[in-house]
Design a protein around this ligand. Sequence first.
Ligand SMILES: [Zn+2]
Length: 246
Amino acid sequence: MRVIAIPSFSDNIIWGLCNDRAVALVDPGDAAPARTWLEDNGLVLEGILITHHHADHVGGVDSLCRYFGVRDVYGPAACRPHGVTQPVMEGSIVSLPLLGLHLRVMEVPGHTLDHIAFYAEPAGEAGMLFCGDTLFAAGCGRLLGGEAKQLWESLQTLARLPATTRIFCAHEYTVANLHFAASEFPNDAPIRERLQKCQAQRLGGAFTLPSTLSEELLTNPFLRAGNLTDFAAMRARKDVFRAPSG
Ligand SMILES: [Zn+2]
């Protein structure tokens, strides 16, 4: 399964799962770059997957559905007003026959109450997790509707996936997140090495994503927090942390 990244807004990434016939888009918050990519590549838009209701994730859904005649938009029931036609919940299986792909839905509240993630294990490949704004590379989403306990438990659930799982989050925040991680764990060699690696990737114009769960278990401060109390305090410190640029 090929996964392509369509940059949108200043730091969002619309992920596209594709083969030589079809594509499914995850969180197309902006229709224009997605439409350009689809027209350039001439693939059938088989469906749209939505992780939560924020505008930078759902803003392009109506326009893409109208333009490409898409009927299947999978997402939380609370996202029906934002174009979801196939409401899903914990344990739901999203089947995309043109792509030959099945994705399992995981409810991961915290960033918002309605947040879900999609997990797939394509034949012969490591797992893929599309987790929106819940787990970021070296970070996690802010609390914009849910509570710290919910986000902590959601992250713990994701952390139990196979360590080889590739993490496709929805924002390129990795360098700033690693500056925060380095402030939480000074002189931590894996965090410093990852920061240098990701800074070099960004300077070269590359994304730092996807990451892997094993990288996150090693260097994501929010997965390294030992308990809910420490996690909640760290989340509050991150809210006021200002990373140096670059
Ligand atoms: Zn969000």
